[in-house]
Structures are given as structure tokens and as C-alpha cells.
Design a protein around this ligand. Structure first.
Ligand SMILES: [Zn+2]
Length: 111
């Protein structure tokens, strides 16, 4: 079979071809993800320690910035890990902001 040449545009005009369901919880760390264990996550170059980070999430035109999120922060590259329950809450808050129609939302995370 001969590969078809590039199609321009979406196959069906009715649907947005870009389906984004969840926010990426954080930018991918260069090392494979390991479930956070306080003080034990080791990246290739550094170690993580507890800290507060600013999480920026983007979906379509909406940008949600959540400040002071508790995380494990790599002391070498500054990358951070969020544990599952915090990730859930962060995503929940971002969802609320998106559903409210906010284009840019800045939230302060409160535990
Ligand atoms: Zn690192």
C-alpha cells in the first residue's frame, strides 16, 4: 500500500481533532518517573527534598498557575515530583478554573 499524502485539516470537521482530557501534572523529568518517597527519589544528578513549587498547567487557551504546591524538588535540576493526592487536587482545581471559563487563573494551593 502506498502511504497517502498528508491530509490537510481534520478528518471530520465537526470534532476538534485535539482531544485533551487531562492536564499534564508536571513537565516530564529527564529520568523515568519513580513514585515519590520522601527524600528517597534520586535523579541522575541530584536528590529531591521537600519544597513548595509553582505548577503551571495548560489546556487549550486556559492557563492555570497554582502556587505553593508541596512537592519533592530535585536539588540539581529543579524538577519536581507531586505525590498522587496532591496531583489529584491540583488537577481538580485546574478543572474548576477551566470550567469557570478562566483564561488565566492563579490559585494558591492550600493544604
Ligand atoms: Zn533532577
Amino acid at each position: 500500500m502506498i502511504p497517502r499524502p498528508m491530509q490537510s485539516g481534520a478528518k471530520n470537521g465537526a470534532c476538534n481533532p485535539k482531544v485533551v482530557v487531562v492536564f499534564p501534572p508536571y513537565t516530564p523529568h529527564p529520568t523515568p518517573y519513580t513514585p515519590p518517597q520522601r527524600g528517597l527519589v534520586i535523579c541522575k544528578h541530584g536528590q529531591t527534598k521537600p519544597g513548595l513549587v509553582t505548577v503551571t498547567l495548560e489546556r487549550d487557551e486556559c492557563i492555570v498557575v497554582i502556587k505553593k504546591v508541596p512537592a519533592e524538588v530535585c536539588d540539581n535540576c529543579g524538577e519536581y515530583y507531586l505525590n498522587n493526592s496532591i496531583t489529584e487536587q491540583v488537577l481538580q482545581r485546574a478543572d474548576v478554573a477551566v470550567n469557570n471559563g478562566a483564561e488565566v487563573e492563579i490559585i494558591r494551593y492550600a493544604a
